[in-house]
Design a protein. Structure first.
Length: 166
């Protein structure tokens, strides 16, 4: 996925905020937490390019392990349940939801190691054939990019109608 992570984070924040409204978190802050979470797993790209020099596929780094975000979500859920001040826990929860959504989106055409660190078999719902150069053209010309554009259009339309109501 190239452009779908931020729109998906925005969409999840928009639809989840009413469920977390009792925590007292402002909508704008809630959206920002989801947006940052939705791109957080890809922060490993800094390591990938600057330290590892592209030797290891970045989906093999721990921020792309589903177990990491499942445990983080469980911890945030427990924190939200037990906390007296719910707002910080709600922000952490939506951050982790955004990150988990990132992993789900990457699973469509990107190889995610769903059983890492216990097994190292990559899983993707669909594969993108390597037909074009440079490599990223394969993704932009694949049908899955239309799905990304649809998510972007949905998020933009929702943002526009929400802004008019405020």
């Amino acid at each position: 996925m190239f452009i779908a992570h931020l729109p998906a984070g925005y969409l999840s924040a928009h639809y989840l905020h009413p469920r977390f409204a009792a925590t007292g978190v402002a909508r704008k802050l809630f959206v920002w937490a989801a947006l940052i979470g939705s791109v957080a797993p890809d922060l490993d790209l800094f390591y990938f390019y600057l330290v590892d020099h592209r030797r290891t596929p970045h989906h093999l780094y721990w921020p792309h392990f589903p177990l990491v975000w499942a445990l983080a979500l469980a911890a945030c859920g427990m924190w939200l349940y037990l906390a007296r001040r719910k707002a910080p826990a709600a922000l952490a929860m939506v951050f982790c939801i955004g990150a988990a959504g990132h992993i789900l989106l990457d699973s469509i055409v990107g190889e995610i190691y769903w059983r890492a660190p216990f097994a190292w078999e990559p899983t993707a719902l669909f594969s993108v054939p390597s037909l074009y150069h440079p490599w990223w053209l394969n993704f932009f010309l694949h049908w899955s990019f239309a799905f990304e554009i649809a998510l972007l259009a949905w998020a933009l339309a929702l943002a526009r109608t929400t802004r008019k109501r405020l």
